[in-house]
Design a protein around this ligand. Structure first.
Ligand SMILES: Cc1ncc(COP(=O)(O)O)c(C=O)c1O
Length: 463
C-alpha cells in the first residue's frame, strides 16, 4: 500500500465498501461477526435527519440515534454551519494559559437553562469523562470517598464510571474497581436512606431515567433521594448524558421532578452529534471547594475540554432545539408513540410492558404463559438469553428499514431513541412495523424460533 494519504474526499469516494474488511483487519472483528450474524453489515454512505442512507440509496429510519447523540437528526445544516464558521474564523482555540469566548458563552447559556442550584461548568469531551469529573468533584468537595449508584446504572466505561456501573457484564474482568462504590436498588428510597445514614457518602449518582432498559423511577423517588442526600451531606449527581437536551420532553429530565441537584452531567446530544463534547454543571459551593486556590486552578481538566468546535456546535444545537420547538415535539411524539404501542401489551402475549418518557421508549418481552409457544421461547433463551429481542430487530431492519437496538445485555427489551425532530408519519410507521413483526412471530412461532436458535448458535459461535 502506498504511504501517501489522499485527501479525505478521495478516500470517501474511492474506498467505500471496504469498511467491513478494514474493521476485520484493524478494529473489532468480533463486532464484525455480530453485524454479519444479524445482517447489519451495510455500507452506510450518508446520514440525513432521522435517516441513514445505504450504498443503494435506501433510507433507514434510525431509532438508535448513534446511542442518542442525534437529537437534531444527522448533519443538521445549522450545526454544520457553526462548525464551518468557527473553522473559517481561525479562532485562537485552546490557548490553555488563556480562556476562550465560545466555551464561556456555552457555560452561560447552559447555566441559564439549568436549575438555580448550579453555578459553574466544567468542560469535558465525552459522557464518561463528565462522570469522572463529577465523581472527583464530589469526593474533593465533601472530603468523603463512598459513592452510591443504582443497580442497572450505566455511566460510561472508563474505570471510575465503570466502578458505578450496575451491570456485571461490563464490570467483569476489569477489577478491582474504585473502592467505596456501592449499588442500591433503583427506585428504593429506604435502601438509599440506610446507606446514607452513616454520614460518610460523598455522592449518589443517578440517571433520572435509566438508559439500560429504559427504567423510569417511581414518582417520589428522585425528590426523596435529593432530600436524603441533603440531610446526609452527600451530593446528588444527575447523569443526564442520555436524558438531557430534550430527550424526555423537557430540556433536562430532572425538570419532571423539579430537582435541584448539586451536579449534572451532559454530553451526547449537546453538540448535535457532530463534535465530541461533555459538560459538568456544578453548584458554586462544590466548585469552590474543589478549585479553592490559585495553585489548584488546573486541578481537574483535559486538553480538549472547552474546545471551540464543540462549543460552537453546542450553541447551534441549543438554538435549533429551542427555535424549532424540539423539546415540545419530543413530548408530543413520545406521547403518540406510547399511545400507539401500549395496546400491544394487551394484544400480544409476549409483550410484557411498553414504557417511555418523551422520546426515550422501550418495549419489554416476556415468556408466553404455557404450551408450545412457551417451549419455543425457552429453547431460544437457552440458545442465547435476550434472543427474542434480536428476532424482532432483525425483520424491523431488513423488511421495514428501521434501525433500533436491544436495550442491554441479556434482556428482552428493545429501545428507541429517535431524533427529536421525528414526525408523526415516522412514529406511525414504526408502530405499524412493530405490530407487523410481532403478529408474524405469533402466527408462525416455530419458524420464528428455528430461525432464532440458528441465529443464537451463530452468535454464540461468534464470541
Ligand atoms: C447516562 C450515561 N452516562 C454516561 C455515558 C457514557 O458516555 P460516553 O459513551 O460518551 O462515554 C452514557 C453512554 O451511553 C450514558 O448513557
Amino acid at each position: 500500500m502506498s504511504s501517501e494519504i489522499p485527501p479525505v474526499g478521495e478516500i470517501i469516494a474511492a474506498r467505500a465498501g471496504e469498511e467491513m474488511a478494514l474493521n476485520e483487519r484493524h478494529l473489532n472483528p468480533q463486532m464484525g461477526r455480530v453485524l454479519r450474524t444479524l445482517g447489519f453489515d451495510k455500507t452506510w454512505v450518508r446520514g440525513e435527519g432521522a435517516h441513514l442512507i445505504d450504498a443503494s440509496g435506501e433510507r433507514y429510519l434510525d431509532l438508535y440515534g448513534g446511542y442518542g447523540v442525534f437529537a437534531l437528526g444527522r448533519n443538521h445544516p445549522e450545526v454544520l454551519a457553526a462548525v464551518q464558521e468557527t473553522l473559517a474564523a481561525r479562532t485562537a482555540n485552546l490557548p490553555q494559559l488563556g480562556v476562550t469566548l465560545l466555551s464561556g458563552v456555552l457555560a452561560e447559556q447552559l447555566l441559564a437553562r439549568a436549575p438555580g442550584s448550579l453555578g459553574a461548568m466544567v468542560p469535558a469531551n465525552t459522557g464518561t469523562e463528565a462522570v469522572e469529573a463529577a465523581l472527583k468533584i464530589a469526593r474533593a468537595a465533601t472530603a468523603r470517598t463512598r459513592v452510591l449508584y443504582a443497580e442497572h446504572a450505566f455511566h460510561g466505561l472508563t474505570l471510575g464510571s465503570l466502578s458505578v456501573n450496575g451491570n456485571a457484564e461490563f464490570r467483569e474482568g476489569f477489577g478491582p474497581l474504585l473502592p467505596g462504590c456501592e449499588a442500591v436498588p433503583f427506585g428504593d428510597e429506604q435502601a438509599l436512606q440506610r446507606e446514607l445514614e452513616a454520614g460518610d457518602v460523598a455522592a449518589f449518582i443517578v440517571e433520572p431515567v435509566q438508559g439500560k432498559g429504559v427504567n423510569i423511577p417511581p414518582a417520589g423517588y428522585l425528590p426523596a433521594a435529593q432530600r436524603l442526600c441533603k440531610q446526609a451531606g452527600a451530593l446528588l449527581i444527575c447523569d443526564e448524558v442520555q436524558t438531557g437536551l430534550g430527550r424526555t420532553g423537557r430540556f433536562l429530565a430532572l425538570e419532571h421532578w423539579g430537582l435541584e441537584p448539586d451536579v449534572v452531567c451532559l454530553s451526547k446530544a449537546l453538540s448535535g452529534g457532530l463534535v465530541p463534547i461533555g459538560a459538568v454543571l456544578v453548584s458554586r459551593e462544590a466548585f469552590e471547594k474543589v478549585f479553592d486556590r490559585m495553585e489548584r486552578a488546573v486541578r481537574h481538566g483535559s486538553t480538549f475540554g472547552g474546545n471551540d468546535l464543540a462549543a460552537a456546535a453546542a450553541l447551534a444545537t441549543l438554538r435549533v432545539l429551542e427555535r424549532d420547538g424540539l423539546v415540545e415535539n419530543a413530548r408530543r411524539m413520545g406521547e403518540l408513540l406510547l399511545e400507539l404501542t401500549e395496546p400491544l401489551a394487551e394484544r400480544y402475549e409476549v409483550v410484557r410492558e411498553v414504557r417511555g418518557l418523551g422520546l426515550m421508549w422501550a418495549i419489554e418481552f416476556g415468556p408466553p404463559a404455557r404450551g408450545v409457544r412457551r417451549r419455543l421461547w425457552n429453547a431460544m433463551e437457552r440458545a442465547q438469553p435476550g434472543l427474542f429481542s434480536q428476532l424482532i430487530i432483525v425483520p424491523l431492519f431488513h423488511e421495514h428499514h428501521i434501525l433500533c437496538q436491544v436495550a442491554g445485555h441479556h434482556m428482552n427489551v428493545i429501545k428507541a431513541l429517535p431524533a427529536l425532530m421525528i414526525d408523526e408519519g415516522e412514529v406511525r410507521r414504526f408502530a405499524a412495523a412493530l405490530e407487523d413483526v410481532l403478529a408474524r412471530a405469533e402466527r408462525l412461532p416455530s419458524a420464528f424460533a428455528r430461525f432464532g436458535v440458528r441465529m443464537g448458535r451463530g452468535a454464540l459461535a461468534a464470541r
